[in-house]
Design a protein around this ligand. Structure first.
Ligand SMILES: Cc1ncc(COP(=O)(O)O)c(C=O)c1O
Length: 377
């Protein structure tokens, strides 16, 4: 197998056989001419297949070391397509720290449809064991998680899930396949918000689900077609373009995040820093074994409570106050009232004074100066 960056640049993007174009064409078509009734060259309709989408699916599946990859119009659309493999009465366990939108989808959309959800501290093996029921079909995990950067052992969780006949689903949005490949560690399904690091430039919304499980793959493909939350060809092209630089961007994100975490740890205005690269982080050793670096996300709590945390978020000038993450530009946000508002009152609710940073690839001295100024307010 060729190296990650070579595959990120070439898989699915071989020169176009007709023109030699080094980039795949953006196939702006909704349908395909048939040679005779039912005699189809590529597909009968673009909800079912599109060549630009197929190029993206081939590339990202390859990077996740998956046999199958299915692209969707958003991360949540991909999660929805996967969760529709469940039936009313089924049960899902999810880690007690996760993106608020995933929690909302599971509890409010699938909950209303008859799927039950338990949230568990995945670091507590007894609690996890006790949460499984005869109806548990999925264990849903983010590692590192959003926004607390919790790290859990994919290998150990796969053993738990499989001993109960459940699938292990890993949201790999924060790590990306450059840093971590969950299917090689025992996970059954990987989900992505490609909106984030895969796109990498905050200019597209997308989702992706990868698996080596034939049955799950065929249901995903069916749901992609039958429900129809498909990405447009231009979005697929932007995501393919993002993939080509994923490796170099991630290295820079990781270096900048490491420098920022080291700075925050020693700052008087900061209570606690959550970054798996810190030796004192509870998931540090696991992260060292299952990731090749620690990622570009850093969270921290601010002394002085939510009001101070809000002031910090509103005082930076290089970090932009905004939701989302994974772009080249640095972002700052207050999860409890922004990305994770839908977890209010639940066990997933983050501390009110928690600030989350998506560390971009700007010059790290500028980022450190910006944070130093904001924390001095
Ligand atoms: C970890 C994680 N998973 C899934 C999603 C949902 O993705 P999207 O916003 O593309 O629907 C997000 C969005 O922030 C996320 O952070």
């Amino acid at each position: 197998m060729k190296g990650f960056n070579t595959r990120a640049i070439h898989v699915g993007s071989e020169p176009d056989p007709v023109t030699g174009s080094v980039n795949p064409p953006v196939y702006l078509t909704s349908t395909y001419a048939q040679d005779a009734v039912g005699v189809i060259r590529f597909s009968d309709y673009a909800r079912g297949d599109n060549p630009t989408r197929a190029a993206l699916e081939a590339c990202l599946a390859d990077l996740e070391e998956a046999r199958y990859g299915v692209a969707f119009a958003s991360g949540l659309a991909g999660e929805d397509a996967l969760l529709r493999t469940l039936a009313p009465g089924d049960h899902v366990i999810m880690g007690a720290d996760a993106y608020g939108g995933t929690y909302r989808l599971l509890t409010r959309v699938f909950g209303a449809w008859g799927v039950s959800v338990s949230t568990v501290d995945l670091g507590d093996a007894d609690a996890l064991e006790g949460a499984f029921t005869d109806s548990t079909k999925m264990l849903w995990v983010e590692t590192p998680s959003n926004p607390m950067l919790t790290v859990v052992s994919i290998d150990a969780l796969a053993t738990h899930a499989h001993s109960h006949g459940a699938l292990l689903v890993v949201d790999n949005t924060f790590a990306t396949p450059y840093l971590q490949r969950p299917l090689t560690l025992g996970a059954d399904v990987v989900v992505h918000s490609t909106t984030k690091y895969v796109g990498g430039h905050s200019d597209v919304i997308g989702g992706f689900v990868a698996t080596n499980n034939d049955e799950v793959a065929s249901q995903l493909k069916f749901h992609q077609y039958a429900i129809g939350a498909v990405p447009g060809p231009l979005d697929c092209y932007l995501l393919l373009r993002g993939l080509k630089t994923l490796g170099v961007r991630m290295e820079r994100h990781c270096d900048n995040a490491r420098a920022i975490a080291a700075f925050l740890v020693n700052h008087d205005a900061v209570e606690d820093v959550y970054f798996p690269g810190l030796a004192g982080h509870p998931g540090h050793e696991v992260a060292r074994t299952q990731m090749s670096d620690f990622g570009g996300m850093v969270s921290f709590t601010v002394r002085g409570g939510v009001d101070m945390a809000r002031k910090v978020c509103e005082s930076t000038t290089v970090f932009t106050l905004a939701e989302s993450l994974g772009g080249v530009e640095s972002l700052i946000e207050l999860p409890s009232v922004m990305t994770h508002l839908s977890t209010a009152g639940s066990t997933l609710e983050p501390p009110a004074n928690l600030v989350r940073l998506s560390v971009g690839i700007e010059d790290h001295d500028d980022l450190l100066e910006d944070l130093a100024n904001a924390l001095a307010i």
